[in-house]
Design a protein around this ligand. Structure first.
Ligand SMILES: N[C@@H](CCC(=O)N[C@@H](CS)C(=O)NCC(=O)O)C(=O)O
Length: 241
């Protein structure tokens, strides 16, 4: 089984953690950033995004499609509870996690990459790519395209930041209700925790998140994911800790 990923991708990390949770042997192939639309097409996938999983000759793409396919393939340990009410709650939390919460750090990261040459240079140096002084400015138009593709403009980033406390409240509520954060982790745990975990990697947001139940949940479910990503968000829109 092969999971195609991008190193900083949180939904791909969620898929990886779900495979680990089930104890399913797999390898992870990190595609070079920016190459994924072409690489995935060449590998026979229809869509342009990771996570993308080859399993038993089948191709499954999308973190929610993957959680479902893994539960069908190997029911134990389950990613969705058997009890119908609990199952519906986990499904709904997973849907919210993917649709509303997951895009938030993606927009922030792509917006920052398109704006900030120092950030591009820092990431290029970290990845030991050649000639950072030349590559960082040369990457700006591509970074701007990727930002535009997800609607990551100034206004959207400011509204994402103003909505962040409400999103975190919702994660805390899901934990309090026992939908996520229970003894047995489920698909919504992996979906939601990996998003919170990326937000924790943004230095200005860490103090806002780390001491909340949502922050502790992310560190429990995805303790090792990535490293600090020094994006600079508009200070006047960052919520108070
Ligand atoms: N919501 C989907 C989408 C995943 C997604 O957008 N993945 C990003 C990386 S985090 C990606 O592959 N983007 C490539 C692109 O936009 O070209 C999922 O959960 O699988």
């Amino acid at each position: 089984m092969t999971l195609y990923s991008l190193a900083p991708s949180h939904p791909a990390r969620a898929a990886h953690l779900m495979l680990d949770h089930k104890g399913i042997e797999h390898r992870v192939v990190n595609l070079p950033a920016g190459s994924q639309p072409i690489a995935l097409r060449a590998l026979g996938f229809r869509g342009a995004t990771v996570p993308a999983l080859k399993l038993d000759g089948r191709r499954v793409q999308g973190s929610r499609q993957i959680s479902q396919a893994l539960d069908e393939l190997q029911p134990d340990p389950p990613l969705f509870p058997a009890d119908p009410d609990a199952r519906a709650a986990v499904k709904e939390a997973e849907r919210w996690g993917e649709g509303a919460y997951q895009p938030v750090p993606r927009r922030m990261f792509r917006w920052a990459l398109s704006q900030d040459g120092d950030l591009r240079r820092h990431l290029i140096e970290q990845d030991r790519m050649p000639a950072p002084a030349l590559t960082a400015p040369a990457m700006q138009p591509v970074a701007a395209l990727f930002a535009r593709a997800v609607g990551a403009d100034d206004a959207r980033i400011r509204s994402d930041l103003s909505e962040l406390p409400r999103h975190l409240d919702h994660v805390d509520e899901l934990i309090a209700a026992g939908t996520i954060g229970g003894e047995e982790l489920n698909a919504a745990d992996f979906q939601i925790a990996t998003t919170t975990r990326v937000l924790l990697n943004f230095p200005q947001l860490r103090p806002v998140i780390q001491s909340r139940p949502a922050g502790e949940h992310a560190m429990r479910v995805a303790p090792r994911f990535g490293r600090e990503i020094p994006i600079r968000l508009p200070d006047d829109s960052v919520p108070a800790a």
